[in-house]
Write a protein that binds this ligand. Sequence first.
Ligand SMILES: Cc1ncc(COP(=O)(O)O)c(C=O)c1O
Length: 271
Amino acid sequence: MNADLIERAITKKTKAIVPVHLYGQMCDMRKIRALADKYRLVVIEDAAHAIEAEREGIKVGKLGDTACFSFYATKNITSGEGGAITTHKKKTADLLKMLRLHGIDKSAIDRYTKSYRHWDMPLLGWKYNMDNIQAALLIGQLQRIDELWSRREKIWSMYEDAFFNVNGIRILKTVSDSRHSRHLFTILVNPHKRDSILDLLQKKGVGVAVNYRSVHLLSYYRKKFGYKNRDFPVAEDIGKRTISLPLYPGLKDAEIEYVIKTVMDVVRENV
Ligand SMILES: Cc1ncc(COP(=O)(O)O)c(C=O)c1O
């Protein structure tokens, strides 16, 4: 999210700003918070990629009204499925606790500790609470979060050194004075060659993905909101060019070197 472009997109109908800290790079939360205060908007941080992130000394979640974290299987720490929401406001926390449990105002522990107590259901919620078994999976990873990050940081710098200044490859810069959570390493290639590059890399055993083709052009959003080509040209261009490379702590140095060499060979033939 380019914080300098937000103000002109705000209308009377705007209720919230939802900064997505994409790939692990935090958005400019100081600017976003100031704008939100000026227009009395809520800020909901999408921190699914960014649990370890900081920018200019501000940690993810610090300036948002809420920040949503994901512990889905592909994320930096995972319980298979699940997530967490942080907030500074007790009222929001209490509401979220009820909403995740059908709308019930007492959790099982509140209902049964020492003796049974009645409970009420003031509103209609969902069954979105994390169970203890999932939470147990996360505890060990939380203790190792810096160690896991350091390994991804190392892999990231190997990729960065290798792909810096290579004809046919663009890489994204990390914003200065920020701690990137190193969730997804992406390269940008020729949009007309991207899909052939994807095929060739997979044939050579390199696991790749596309994060993401532009959302407004997916069928649902086209149909629901009438979006069309060129409505969001930057997202569209990145969506046609981007490729995510393998980035996880278990990658061995020899595997990283293989990825680098294979990407170089394939792109050289497909500039
Ligand atoms: C940027 C981003 N936001 C939100 C989500 C959703 O997280 P969850 O699957 O835990 O609901 C994901 C991925 O799953 C994501 O990549």
